[in-house]
Ligand binder design. Structure first.
Ligand SMILES: NC(=O)c1ccc[n+]([C@@H]2O[C@H](COP(=O)([O-])OP(=O)(O)OC[C@H]3O[C@@H](n4cnc5c(N)ncnc54)[C@H](OP(=O)(O)O)[C@@H]3O)[C@@H](O)[C@H]2O)c1
Length: 284
């Protein structure tokens, strides 16, 4: 195969930001490998971008699928390597930390942290060949943790640390590693969040419900409403394109309507910030 285009791989491209990023890169002439978990999602994507996008079936927590994906991309790109990896796949678990079942907590890390690292390790040899870029989709939650979003925010703090370490470690090969920190972005994640929060409430023990039920309900409905008013995922895709095309990309990009405001708020001392956070999320 002698494909002379630039190549990008985007994880979690079935919906939301991943889909917007994959579409933007395809429109800019990249040959995009877009990972999905269901073949019908892959068919929809390749139908929308014929000849520009190749779907790859990949659950980022399945090591065999990650290494098969890397093998397939390696065979296609041959000596050219991979120009861009966008680590976007992610899930969000909302539970009070006193109650969260540890298997759900572990799964949150498996997808959002271990999964990103596994994909990065598998594709780094190809990225090194092309002197490519790695884009990590983090979150403003790596600066500001809302109540009951502890599991998700913990993974985004971890991703920030991984990104910083990778950025330093890959400097000798001129591989740029960029963290994108979106605020509220209106995607399919909103519906999943509301469904999962309702299921979580059902799973609380009677004692847990007595302790946290009212506050959890208030917080999740405020959080859901903020999500609905969030920015269009295309704004994230535009920033990703900027980070890829800039000769000198920044280490971190805030994106979305409220991201800069939240980043400013995160600098407040806890005695000011904590009551503010409790008020914003309906806890006082
Ligand atoms: N929306 C926001 O407000 C917001 C804000 C900050 C950061 N983020 C981050 O942005 C990224 C994209 O989120 P989104 O809002 O676009 O959500 P989304 O529409 O729910 O998209 C999430 C994507 O990740 C995929 N995914 C989930 N688990 C996976 C796994 N185990 N292996 C491979 N793929 C998996 C999903 O695939 P399936 O369709 O198969 O489930 C989907 O393609 C996430 O990392 C999220 O944490 C979102």
């Amino acid at each position: 195969m002698d494909c002379t285009r630039q190549h990008a791989l985007v994880t979690g491209a079935s919906t939301g930001m991943g889909r917007a990023i994959a579409g933007s890169l395809a429109r800019r002439g990249f040959h995009v490998f877009a990972t999905v978990r269901r073949s019908e999602d892959g068919q929809a994507l390749s139908g929308e971008f014929p000849g520009q996008l190749t779907p790859l079936l990949m659950d980022v927590t399945e090591r065999g699928q990650v290494s098969d994906g890397a093998q397939l991309v390696a065979e296609h790109v041959a000596q050219r390597g991979l120009d861009v990896l966008v680590n976007n796949a992610g899930v969000g678990v909302a539970w009070p930390l006193e109650l969260v079942p540890l298997d759900k907590f572990r799964r949150q890390f498996e997808v959002n942290v271990d999964g990103q690292l596994a994909v990065t390790q598998a594709f780094l040899p190809l990225i090194r060949v092309a002197r490519g870029r790695i884009i990590m989709i983090g979150s403003i939650a790596d600066r500001l943790t809302p109540p009951f979003i502890g599991p998700l925010a913990a993974t985004k703090h971890a991703l920030l640390a991984l990104t910083e370490a990778l950025r330093l470690e890959l400097t000798p090969w001129h591989i740029r590693v960029v963290l994108i920190e979106p605020g509220n972005i209106r995607t399919e994640a909103g519906g999943k969040f509301e469904r999962d929060a309702a299921e979580a409430l059902q799973e609380f023990s009677p004692e847990g419900r007595a302790l946290y039920g009212t506050a959890f309900r208030a917080m999740t409905s405020r959080f859901g409403a903020r999500h609905e008013r969030g920015s269009d995922p295309q704004v994230v895709a535009d920033v990703v394109v900027k980070a890829i095309e800039s000769p000198n990309p920044r280490a971190r990009y805030l994106v979305g309507k409220d991201a800069h405001l939240f980043a400013l708020a995160a600098k407040l001392p806890p005695r000011v910030l904590d009551p503010l956070r409790q008020m914003v999320f309906g806890l006082r």
